[in-house]
Design a protein around this ligand. Structure first.
Ligand SMILES: Cc1ncc(COP(=O)(O)O)c(C=O)c1O
Length: 394
């Protein structure tokens, strides 16, 4: 991977014709450091957010040695790259073949479930093994989240006690896990979910529960989604932990995806055509901008002119079309850029380290990309500054 001080340096030297991912190891380190220093327990990285080898290795080197994996390819990738990493198979619905291979070929002992049927599958496919850590996925409110994940997974709280008792019969270690929804904007969502966990624990006083896992959902910073400081999330979670029964006897886990990696990558795109307020760019919803199209995410953007000098023009709102022939390859924004933006200009789009590159398809032949390392700061950050709002670049 080539190194540059800034994305501007890369653009001026090479004028790339394909989208270029700018990886910022410093931003990845800052996020990893925040979680390892502030979360009072184990931090598992949710690999699905960005499985790029340089991200996995960067997190491992920064002290994140536990990984939440959700598929066989994620397991194989993480095992190959990081043989010493601890992997937890946190998908609540797995094929029998995947459970067998995870347990026997890859040494995985931690498995999530949210039904009696899945619990029985895990027990059978691991040969009734006695060394399992079984984590029950609980359904909790996702109302503070921009991307709710409820509905598909999670057992209703009133059914949790029976499943925990059933799992306790075979589990070496037993846990409760939940997900408050991705990009959760209100830290109290964790306190509320932990209160539900507390009620369940109080209803089964004789069933030992070893782990409580607060999942992912920690936010990143986008122009129209400015969350409270991460310290407020830490405080809300600690308040929830303090109110749980059985103090000192429960280990805590979390599984951040987005918050750990969003700032670590941006993408440089080229403007191929301008029609009024519409820019046709060379990356789109079939590439790293799925969320900009299908979820209407507004990412921070910045003009990079390929010739020195720049522009003093006022900012104006633009919409983007991606490079494919499909008209749903459309990103409404609004994205604010200098009003004289023109064909041949480049745009750096920030916060694409989470759920960006990993969503790429080769549709219509637009699969070529490149990745470089850059030293400059990300377009927006939650980490080094108390008041993140000041840093949002709209
Ligand atoms: C089980 C599980 N854990 C963690 C995550 C990561 O969530 P986030 O990126 O919101 O932190 C996800 C995301 O879908 C998930 O399904």
């Amino acid at each position: 991977m080539d190194n540059y001080d800034t994305p501007d340096e890369l653009v001026r030297q090479h004028r790339p014709d394909i989208p270029v991912t700018c990886f910022r190891p410093g931003a990845l380190d800052a996020a990893a450091r925040w979680f390892t220093q502030n979360f009072p327990g184990k931090v598992l990285y949710a690999v699905k957010a960005n499985p790029a080898p340089y991200v996995l290795a960067g997190l491992f080197n920064a002290g994140i040695t536990h990984f939440d994996v959700a598929s066989m390819p994620e397991i194989e990738l993480a095992r190959d790259l990081l043989p010493k990493a601890h992997l937890s198979f946190m998908h609540p619905v797995k094929s029998r073949n995947a459970i067998e291979r995870a347990y026997f070929d890859h040494g995985i002992r931690d498995f999530a479930f949210d039904s009696l049927e899945e619990l029985e599958k895990i027990v059978t496919c691991t040969g009734k093994s006695k060394d399992l850590t079984l984590l029950l996925r609980l359904a909790v409110p996702n109302t503070a989240s921009e991307l709710p994940l409820s509905g598909k997974f999670g057992v209703a709280p009133e059914k949790a006690a029976a499943l925990l008792r059933a799992a306790r019969k075979t589990a070496k270690r037993l846990g409760i896990t939940f997900h408050v929804g991705s990009q959760t904007m209100d830290p109290q969502a964790y306190t509320t979910a932990l209160a539900l966990v507390g009620d369940i624990l109080r209803s089964i006083p004789r069933t030992k529960v070893d782990i409580v896992d607060v999942g992912g959902g920690f936010p990143s910073l986008y122009p129209d989604m400015v969350p409270p400081a991460l310290a407020d999330y830490k405080a809300a979670i600690e308040q929830g932990f303090d109110r749980l029964p059985r103090p000192g006897r429960i280990e805590f886990w979390c599984e951040p995806g987005r918050a750990l990696v969003a700032e670590s990558c941006s993408v440089i795109v080229k403007v191929d055509l301008r029609k009024d307020d519409v820019l046709y760019i060379n990356d789109g919803t079939y590439g790293s901008l799925f969320d900009a199209g299908h979820l209407g995410f507004r990412y921070p953007v910045r003009l990079i002119r390929p010739v020195p000098g720049g522009t003093d023009a006022a900012l104006k709102s633009f919409r983007f079309y991606g490079p494919t022939c499909d008209s749903i390859d459309y990103m409404p924004g609004p994205f604010f850029l200098p009003e004289d933006v023109r064909e041949g200009d480049y745009i750096e789009i920030g916060q694409l380290g989470a759920y960006g590159n990993t969503m790429r398809t080769g549709f219509n032949g637009f699969d070529a990309t490149e990745t470089v390392r850059v030293a400059s700061a990300p377009l927006a950050t939650m980490y080094e500054h108390e008041d993140a709002k000041e840093l949002v670049n709209v």
